[in-house]
Design a binder for this molecule. Sequence first.
Ligand code: CA
Length: 228
Amino acid sequence: MSGHILIVEDEPDIRRMIGVNLRHHGYRVTDAGDAAAASVAIAAEVPDLIVLDWMLPDTSGLEFARDLRERDATRDTPVLFLTARAQEQDKLAGFEAGADDYVTKPFSPRELLARITALLRRASKVSTEDTLEFGGIRLEPDSLRASAGGQQLELSPTEFRLLHCFMRNPQRILSRARLIEMVWDNDSEVEARTVDVHIRRLRVALGAAGHDRLIATVRGAGYRLEEA
Ligand code: CA
């Protein structure tokens, strides 16, 4: 696997440890010690994935993740959170801010590498498929683009995969367990509530294009893509 990874972490030892390990496995790595330096690096070259520490000296990682999702350049760049916080509320806050996965400190370099590789694979895996259309939504797996009435939908990689699952299974109830299997390939530690957070984000993105009722909640069963 190759790719360009941006590490945003203020602790030099951790930054170095991650960098050495990733370079050893063929990745190109750029370092940033805070959000401001990360922005400069992104302006120079948009990375394929961003490893983002929660606690940064200038902006919190949480705020920076939200900021990355607002920018055109990084809207669909996978973001992996590094956090010492293992509380469920904190994990959900990370996903709510637009992160695609997280690793809890302390972590092993091997674990981080596995999660990065899996996230990059997930972010690119839906390609080489035909365009899907349903309920006014058009999804192009090849280019990882989704639109509604010609208007581009602003989706993170995880939201794109989620929408892709629904578009491939229109009118069918998808349980949270099934969605975890399809969207996260069971290689993350996501829980049912994580799915709900991403569904909420996906609905907001769809709502911005006037399609807020496309994904229905089926009480006790899961979610279903239906014609409004
Ligand atoms: Ca830190």
